[in-house]
Design a protein around this ligand. Structure first.
Ligand code: NDP
Length: 487
């Protein structure tokens, strides 16, 4: 199977190659075979991309907002039209089952383009009365923004960054993860087809060093990263050195708290979605599942029964519900945590090892895994695994579970299951997390701001909130009288 793009980068509205750059393959995680060969950007390519963004941004910032919105709406329509083709590409690049990519990747990117396209003409400033005089504010773009993506939701991440950046009149240079380089190039093609002026959205490939060069580039005003906490710290430090604005969407070890009055089947569904969707490779996953000890046995029994129904296999088969992990290194890391859980004394309820898929013996498949009797101090309960490994912890007391849920340096997300509405809101009120759910988990509609507390991030993506992070306010005082001076 090949999915070779026309060239590695997309700059100024066209494909560009950099044959002197660092070569790297894109691997189909289900078979381990290379489906494309690309080159990382060299210095000239990076400079060309930023220069093209500088030029494109001037044209785009002068385009009336309503017209900018029309381009995003057109892009949304094309993303929807080509959803199957884009989903197949995303499945090849990430290994996520087509069952998921058909609904959660390009389709959510389209939602995002549509949301910000619709918002375009409403991004106004305000009038401020000052007696005889007055002031007004204007919302202006930042300039050239850099987007750096992780490998778990490649086209969705590209859209979550591009749409709010573009609607505010910025240009973007986007660097996908080198693990999943393909779909951002398709997004660039689609934006051109939708009428985006050349240079407004560019894609350059490469490893972290390319990302770092973009962050440090003097013509770049802002950086938005989706990635791990360690990378976030490095990128924020470098951006800070140059006093650039940042949005950081980083990792999590989020709690999902299930009280004894919860509907058990719904809670099990949420725990499955919070741990096994995308083979567990989701930053907001609720990987610490606190279950009230009164319902723990019933919960675990139902969870094991339903997890046995997971269909592991060929990701291109729409009946498959769990695909491989994204890469060999992720596969080894997750297997290491599965072994660690048993060593640390957690009780293995199901899974715990690699999975054999007969037709795909080289694939990076692992079994969906549940550990029970997990203790707060165990490493499997403290470190982000980014694979299908659920830790179930017991609790009895509300105040105690809140304290334990908050006992982490991370704070991306949290969930609460209870039928008691007062308890639901009281608990959510005390949880230190940027994105919370009551009686569900992991739904991230574009209308709702998304982002983390503590080390899980800086700023917000999605919703009206993202506009604040891709624009700046100019305040203008207008004097309607004379000017007094001391002398
Ligand atoms: P990484 O942090 O390894 O990489 C993220 C991106 O940053 C990649 O494109 C990477 O390039 C690039 N990068 C690495 N080092 C630097 C650097 N010094 N300067 C600039 N760019 C750099 O994350 P993963 O790709 O491994 O993704 C998994 C992580 O992402 C998980 O921890 C997860 O929690 C987090 N994540 C967070 C989300 C959120 O919204 N909060 C959503 C999805 C994932 P390359 O890898 O190509 O070398």
């Amino acid at each position: 199977m090949r999915a070779q793009p026309k060239a590695s980068h997309y700059i100024g509205g066209a494909y560009v190659e950099s044959p002197d750059g660092h070569p790297f393959p894109s691997i189909y995680p289900a078979t381990g075979e290379a489906i494309a060969s690309l080159f990382g950007a060299d210095e000239t390519t990076i400079n060309d991309a930023v220069q093209s963004a500088v030029e494109g941004q001037k044209v785009w910032a002068a385009t009336p907002p309503v017209e900018r919105g029309r381009v995003l709406l057109k892009a949304a329509a094309i993303l929807r039209e080509r959803n199957r083709e884009l989903s197949e590409l995303e499945t090849l690049d990430t290994g996520k089952p087509l069952q998921e990519t058909l609904i959660a990747d390009a389709a959510s990117g389209a939602d995002c383009m549509e949301y910000y396209g619709g918002l375009a003409a409403t991004l106004t400033g305000e009038h401020i009365a000052l007696g005889d005089s007055f002031a007004y504010t204007k919302r202006e773009p930042l300039g050239v923004c850099v987007g750096i993506g992780a490998w778990n939701y490649p086209i969705q991440i590209a859209c979550w960054k591009a749409a709010p950046a573009l609607v505010c009149g910025n240009a973007m240079v986007f660097k996908p993860s080198e693990v999943t380089p393909l779909s951002a190039l398709k997004l660039a093609e689609i934006l051109t087809e939708a009428g985006l002026p050349n240079g407004v959205f560019n894609v350059v490939q490469g490893y972290g060093d390319v990302g770092a060069q973009l962050v440090a580039h003097p013509d770049v005003a802002k950086v938005s990263l989706t990635g791990s906490v360690d990378t976030g710290a490095k990128v924020a430090a470098l951006a800070g050195e140059h006093l650039k604005k940042t949005t950081m969407e980083l990792g999590g070890k989020s709690p999902l708290i299930i009280f004894d009055d919860a509907d058990i089947d719904n809670a099990v569904s949420a725990a499955i979605n919070a741990n096994f969707y995308s083979t567990g490779q989701i930053c907001s996953n609720g990987t610490r599942v606190f279950v009230h000890s009164k319902i723990k046995d019933a919960f675990l029994a139902r969870l094991a029964e339903r997890t046995a129904n997971a269909v592991l296999g060929d990701p291109m088969d729409e009946a498959t519900s769990i695909g491989p992990l994204v890469s060999k290194s992720q596969f080894e890391k997750v297997l290491g945590y599965m072994a660690l859980g048993t060593q640390e004394g957690a009780r293995l309820v199901c899974g715990g090892d690699k999975a054999d898929v007969a037709s795909m013996p080289e694939g990076f498949f692992v079994q969906p895994t549940v550990f029970a009797d997990v203790k707060d101090k165990m490493r499997i309960a403290r470190e982000e695994i980014f694979g299908p490994v659920m830790c179930v912890l017991d609790f009895e007391d509300e105040a105690d579970v809140i304290e334990r849920a908050n006992d982490t340096t991370l704070g991306l997300a949290a969930g609460v299951f209870t039928k008691d509405i007062q308890r639901a809101h009281r608990v959510i009120d005390q949880l230190q997390a940027g994105t919370c759910w009551i009686n569900t988990y992991n739904l991230t509609p574009v209308e709702m701001p998304f982002g983390g507390y503590k080390k899980s991030g800086i700023g917000r993506e999605n919703g009206h909130a993202a506009i604040e992070y891709y624009s700046q306010i100019k305040s203008v005082y207008v004097e309607m009288g004379g000017v007094e001076a001391a002398f």
